[in-house]
Design a protein around this ligand. Structure first.
Ligand code: SF4
Length: 279
């Protein structure tokens, strides 16, 4: 393994989503105990980005809850991107703003966006079980539009939501069609307020999934994101399974490991942390 890539997340608009994704604490259909707020002040986002860079992140993901990139989200993103790039912090900016059109993605790219994250979440067939308010195809089409717009694509999903092995195989086959630059692998973290009550995979299966994805997508960066702390004993296990990227700091609505602890653990393993997105 050459280098480890670190990515940080900023939840810039949290909760109150009208969709019913049964794994998501940000859906307004479920009474989850999360923080809810409207667009975060851009000055705060700039400070968070500076802190992320100090913590050796090279990617900084700006996430909005909600179905997709509407006019309000697009305007906010463009303003935030101009401000972030003005400060020349040295990060690759990633948009994660839901279903999006090619034309709007081009506008974000013109404003300085480098990548767009949009997860397929699971197989096309199983998606109907976990979400009834929008379809999987709109997710796949958004990923295609990301590539067409010339942005780097980060796509992946969540394992342990009750999907079968066939669903996982179908899901990974769809990711192969997309060939994302980066694959984000999450493991379901249960919350009693959600319809999905438990994570249905074992720790051994989690390692097998990462390895399978690494082998299926040899040219993609493999990121283990949410659920890492629950499914892996330590970072050595994560990287031995084939991942070369992690989220540093907190996730959208759940706590992550302390940043210093992760950085020290990576260095103790004798691994180098990437200084830029390209290496
Ligand atoms: S659309 Fe996004 S924010 Fe809304 S419930 Fe689904 S995953 Fe959560």
């Amino acid at each position: 393994m050459n280098k480890i890539y670190l990515c940080a997340i900023s939840n810039i608009l949290s909760g109150s989503c009208k969709e019913d994704c049964s794994f998501c604490t940000q859906s307004s259909k479920y009474k989850t105990d999360i923080q809810r707020y409207n667009f975060k002040d851009i000055k705060t986002v700039v400070e968070e980005a500076k802190l992320a860079r100090k913590s050796k992140a090279i990617g900084f993901c700006l996430v909005t809850s909600g179905l997709g990139l509407d006019e309000k989200r697009k305007s906010y993103m463009i303003e935030a991107l101009y401000e972030l790039n003005f400060h020349d912090i040295g990060l690759n900016y990633i948009g994660c703003n839901g279903i999006a059109k090619y034309e709007d993605l081009c506008k974000l790219k013109d404003a300085g966006l480098g990548s767009y994250n949009h997860n397929l979440e699971t197989s096309q067939n199983y998606y109907k079980t976990i979400c009834t308010t929008h379809d999987w195809k709109s997710r796949f089409d958004t990923c295609l539009a990301v590539k067409k717009a010339g942005l780097k694509l980060c796509s992946g999903g969540i394992f342990g939501m009750g999907e079968s092995r066939d669903d996982r195989d179908d899901f990974i086959a769809s990711l192969r069609e997309l060939e994302p630059d980066s694959v984000a692998i999450n493991f379901f973290v249960p919350n009693l307020a959600l319809p999905l009550k438990k994570n249905t995979i074992s720790k051994t299966e989690a390692k097998e999934i990462v390895l399978n994805i690494k082998e299926s997508l040899p040219n993609s960066r493999i990121m283990v994101a949410g659920g890492r702390e629950q499914m892996f004993e330590n970072l050595g296990e994560v990287f031995e399974s084939g991942a070369n990227s992690i989220v540093i700091g907190d996730y959208l609505t759940t706590k992550g490991e302390k940043k210093d602890k992760d950085i020290n653990a990576i260095e103790a393993l004798g691994l180098k942390i990437a200084k830029s997105c390209d290496g």
